[in-house]
Design a protein around this ligand. Structure first.
Ligand code: MF3
Ligand code: CO
Ligand code: CO
Length: 275
């Protein structure tokens, strides 16, 4: 049985397996944190061009986060020492920023989580570097659409399986593979909390959605097979068949109606292919 816990101003937020149901102060907190993370991803748009290194991207994320009085959630998280993840081409997620130079035609995902007043805003986008071949652009566009179709299902009365099914059926219609090894997650005062938000599944299954739930939707979609492998650095996840992989992520809150997207781009740059 799914366990739900109503939380308020004086609740100690522990990872206890229950799905937390937040009140207005939670929505306010998540709006601020989500907005900052989205603004940082917006600011990267003009910087992500051929010749930039992923550690320059990381420097910008760290500087902007600290200048806003916030903290990069990944800095020191389980031994991770950077302020974002940068995942290029066949890297599915958790790519580590470094001296690697982005080249014309690459796609790169940047995943940012900032902590504002204790609340976590977790979001990522896949960027196009210079002139990107149509096959890769289509993957990026379909991945964005898949995330948004999943988010549309995030309403009270629906279940997480409905979110998963919307994403999986759309991606597989395009003959892409949906990664199973990584999931979305509950979020709030904790970075990673219950529930696990899968991106492939059957309608009508999984925990029921209730107003006040906060979680991420962050599908990873491959041109080839869904299978993944983690490199010896312990972080970098790549496609086993070396096919291209894209991802998008929003942090959302369940309301009585349509979900609130905390990490929407203030500049309207949510999807680089359209922007
Ligand atoms: N931001 C990632 C997520 O969407 C988590 C990154 S954890 C790190 O959940 F340590 F790899 F940075
Ligand atoms: Co993230
Ligand atoms: Co996340």
């Amino acid at each position: 049985m799914t366990d739900y816990q109503t939380v308020g101003l004086d609740t100690l937020h522990a990872r206890n397996g229950a799905i937390k149901l937040h009140g207005p102060e939670g929505f306010e907190g998540m709006r601020k944190a989500g907005r900052l993370s989205a603004q940082i991803l917006d600011a990267l748009v003009p910087l992500i061009v051929p010749g930039i290194t992923t550690e320059e991207i990381d420097d910008t994320v760290r500087r902007m986060t600290l200048e806003a009085g916030a903290i990069p959630a990944t800095l020191g998280y389980r031994g991770y020492t950077h302020s974002c993840c940068t995942s290029i081409n066949h890297v599915i997620c958790h790519g580590i920023p470094g001296p690697k130079v982005l080249r014309d035609g690459d796609i790169v995902n940047v995943d940012v989580t900032s902590i504002v007043d204790g609340w976590h805003g977790d979001t990522n986008r896949t960027y196009l570097v210079g002139d990107v071949p149509i096959k890769a652009r289509r993957l990026v566009e379909v991945t964005y659409e898949a995330m948004m179709l999943g988010i549309e299902q995030a309403r009270p009365g629906n279940r997480l399986g409905d979110v998963a099914h919307a994403i999986q059926s759309f991606a597989e219609k395009h003959r892409y593979g949906v990664v199973r090894d990584f999931c979305g997650h509950g979020i709030g005062r904790l970075f990673h909390d219950a529930p696990e938000v899968v991106h492939a599944g059957r309608p009508g299954t999984g925990p029921e959605l209730r107003p006040g739930m906060f979680f991420t939707v962050e599908p990873m979609i491959n041109i080839g097979r869904p299978d993944c492998k983690v490199l010896d650095d312990g972080w970098t996840a790549v496609t086993r068949d070396r096919s291209l992989s894209a991802q998008f992520e929003h942090s959302i809150g369940i309301t009585d109606g349509a979900p609130e997207i905390f990490t929407k781009s203030p500049a309207g740059l949510d999807c680089p292919v359209f922007g």
